[in-house]
Design a protein around this ligand. Structure first.
Ligand SMILES: NC(=O)CC[C@H](N)C(=O)O
Length: 303
């Protein structure tokens, strides 16, 4: 298996040159574009790794899966989806304009920034408590107590995240979110700056594949939550590339502009891929190639 993973990595390395590391968050420009790593964990406890799986990167939008998990634990499905829709969008992850349409009453889905900001607002807690609860959940699910956030990336996002700020204030003015906007944004920027490795995100994928059960068998949330997270990842997780990705790869996945892709195959496996150069959608360009090859090689397409 490790031979297969190494071969897949090598076959996709050339793609790095066709992408670019995210630059709209200045601190992300420091990422080494040549890093490329993968970790696969199956429900039988096997763990396979190849390439730069020990390298840390910021979780970015992959955190949206975890904030949705916590918002669902805190509020239940009905309350969460009163405030955010379930529907994919053809707009990019940082789209804003539809939030001002007179008939719009909520963001399209929890995987685009506007929906994720609402999701974060639904996590229970005041000030720092929201972030700390999310970090605790991520440490629990990854079974890695050392996970923390990157202060430099957080401050960089906070300084330059004016479109996210615009979205949040627009949504506040239209009554889509409640609470202190700066507080909610602070949690959102911090959650995006949490540092993980391919191994950590594979573990999140495995946890969801195991219907929200930890390796020792403890259940953190219910089966329905696992279904919702998997469905939202499959339909919205790769932004406005989600339809093509579902067809070509067929693995419910979530990407982040840090270069990570988290994959989950129900009852089967969790996958973590990392390579920081991105394509036009903001998905890891080599990561996509790796997921496509892995899916073919191991026959993982769930559709
Ligand atoms: N697509 C992403 O990973 C976006 C996350 C990033 N922190 C942002 O808000 O713009």
């Amino acid at each position: 298996m490790e031979k297969i993973l190494n071969k897949i990595i090598d076959n996709n390395r050339y793609l790095i040159k066709e992408g670019a590391v995210a630059d709209y968050i200045p601190a992300l420009l420091k990422a080494n574009p040549n890093h490329i790593g993968i970790c696969v964990m199956d429900v039988d406890g096997n763990i396979y790794k190849a390439g730069d799986y020990t390298e840390k990167f910021t979780i970015q939008s992959i955190s949206k899966v975890m904030s949705l998990m916590l918002a669902l634990i805190d509020n239940g499905e009905d309350q969460v989806f009163k405030k955010i829709d379930y529907e994919p969008t053809e707009e990019p992850f940082n789209t804003l304009f539809k939030l001002d349409f007179p008939h719009t009453i909520k963001p399209s889905n929890p995987m685009i920034n506007s929906g994720a900001i609402v999701t974060t607002s639904l996590i229970k807690g005041e000030g720092e408590e929201r972030f700390n609860r999310l970090l605790t959940l991520i440490r629990t699910v990854t079974e890695n107590p050392n996970i923390s956030y990157n202060e430099e990336v957080y401050l960089s996002e906070k300084e330059t995240g004016n479109k996210n700020r615009a979205m949040a204030y627009l949504m506040k003015s239209r009554g889509f979110i409640e609470g202190d906007v700066e507080d909610i944004l602070d949690t959102y920027f911090k959650q995006c700056s949490i540092e993980v490795t391919a191994v950590d995100i594979a573990r999140i994928g495995l946890f969801i594949a195991n219907r929200c059960k930890l390796s020792k068998g403890d259940r953190i949330c219910d089966n329905k939550t696992a279904s919702i997270l998997t469905a939202i990842m499959a339909t919205c997780g790769m932004y406005n590339f989600s339809g093509e990705y579902a067809s070509t790869v067929g693995i419910p996945s979530k990407s982040g502009v840090g270069g990570g892709i988290l994959g989950t195959i129900p009852y089967k496996m969790g996958i973590g891929v990392f390579s920081p150069a991105l394509d036009q959608y903001g998905n890891s360009i080599a990561g996509y190639g790796i997921m496509a090859d892995l899916s073919k090689e191991l026959n993982l397409n769930i559709f």
